[in-house]
Design a protein around this ligand. Structure first.
Ligand code: 2BA
Length: 108
C-alpha cells in the first residue's frame, strides 16, 4: 500500500478531488501554504493499493495544469526596512506528487 500526497494549485483542487472521489478513492484535503510564494495551495492525501497508484497519478495529471505566475519580490534595505524589488515569473504546478510506502494501515 502507498500514501499518495499531492500538493495542488487551489484553482485545480476541486476538479482533482471530484475526479478521485468519482473513481472511488478516499481522500483527505489539507489547506496548505507554499513556502516560496506564501500562497494557499491544497494538499490531498490518499491511501491506495499499489496497483492503483498509476490511476491516482493519471487523474491528478489530467485535472491539474501548470501555470505561470508573476510575483513581487521583497528585499531588505541596507538602511533597514524593506523595498519592492522587480517582479519575477515562476512556473507553478500542476501538482507536486509524493508516493510514500506505508508500513501499516489500520482503521480503528
Ligand atoms: P511554493 O513553495 O509557494 O512554490 C511555488 C512555485 O515557486 C514553485 O512551483 C516553483 O516554480 C517556484 N519556486 C519555489 N521555490 C523556489 C525557489 N527557491 N527559487 C525559485 N523558484 C521557486 P512548484 O514547484 O510547482 O511548487 C508548487 C508548490 O508545491 C510549492 O509552493 C510548495 O508548496 C509545494 N512543493 C513543491 N516542491 C516541493 C517539495 N520538494 N517539498 C515540499 N513541497 C513542495
Amino acid at each position: 500500500m502507498k500514501l499518495v500526497m499531492a500538493i495542488i494549485n487551489s484553482d485545480d483542487a476541486q476538479s482533482v478531488i471530484r475526479g478521485l472521489t468519482q473513481e472511488g478513492f478516499q481522500i483527505t484535503k489539507l489547506a496548505t501554504t507554499g513556502g516560496f510564494l506564501m500562497a494557499g495551495n491544497v494538499t490531498i492525501i490518499t491511501g491506495v493499493e499499489d496497483s492503483r497508484v498509476d490511476e491516482v497519478t493519471r487523474i491528478i495529471r489530467e485535472k491539474s495544469k501548470s501555470r505561470s505566475q508573476t510575483v513581487p519580490t521583497v528585499s531588505e534595505s541596507s538602511m533597514g526596512g524593506f523595498f519592492n524589488a522587480p517582479l519575477v515569473e515562476v512556473t507553478v504546478g500542476g501538482a507536486t506528487v509524493f508516493v510514500i510506502p506505508i508500513d501499516h494501515f489500520e482503521k480503528i
